[in-house]
Design a binder for this molecule. Structure first.
Ligand code: MN
Length: 198
């Protein structure tokens, strides 16, 4: 059967310092994400979902399969959206226009995104997503949930599980979220938005 594999990072383990330390990245990718991948591969045997894509599994399954598949999808989107050498600090083009249209300004968008990440109770993810018309929305998702479960296209996400920041920031989740903007690769987010724009 098809086995899911641990995705490679598009940068070195120390590339996101000091925002995300090498130690945090080594645990987050090499331990936490790797465990979700191993768990899912074990759970899929005999499940009837052996040939399904990750997105299909996240939309169709329940229980342990959903939790592990959701965490794999979430982390793949999360790790791919960062860079140690950002070319810009905010988006351009169609995504920039949509942010102003739907949130008023880039600063207002960041404020709402930060607030929803900081106030999410327990473990989960804050997301910027787009609906089929390209309208932007910020949502809080608990645990392993992903906006594709609501028919949305995920664009940007901050992981607010403690394992994402505890080694570097301890309980200071808002401080961690505030620094993440420094390493967002807006080229990646623009490309994700470009795929659904019509
Ligand atoms: Mn995580």
């Amino acid at each position: 059967m098809k086995k899911f594999e641990l995705v490679s990072l598009p940068y070195a383990m120390d590339a996101l310092e000091p925002v995300i330390s090498r130690k945090t990245l080594e645990f987050h990718h090499g331990k936490h994400l790797a465990t979700y991948v191993n768990n899912l591969n074990g759970l899929l045997e005999g499940s009837g979902l052996e040939e399904a894509t990750l997105e299909e599994i996240v939309c169709k399954s329940t229980g342990g399969i959903l939790n592990n598949a959701g965490q794999i999808l979430n982390h793949e989107l999360y790790f791919a959206q960062f860079t140690g050498k950002p070319t810009k600090q905010q988006p351009e083009g169609a995504l920039a226009k949509a942010i102003v249209r739907d949130f008023g300004s880039f600063e207002a968008f960041k404020e709402e995104f930060h607030k929803k990440g900081a106030t999410l109770f327990g473990s989960g993810w804050v997301w910027l997503s787009a609906d089929q018309k390209g309208t932007l929305v910020i949502t809080q998702e608990s645990n392993a949930a992903n906006p594709i479960q609501h028919g949305l296209t995920p664009l940007l996400t901050f992981d607010v599980w403690e394992h994402a920041y505890y080694l570097d920031y301890q309980n200071r989740r808002p401080d961690h979220l505030a620094t993440l903007w420094q390493i967002v690769n807006w080229d990646v987010i623009e490309k994700r938005y470009g795929k659904i724009e019509n």
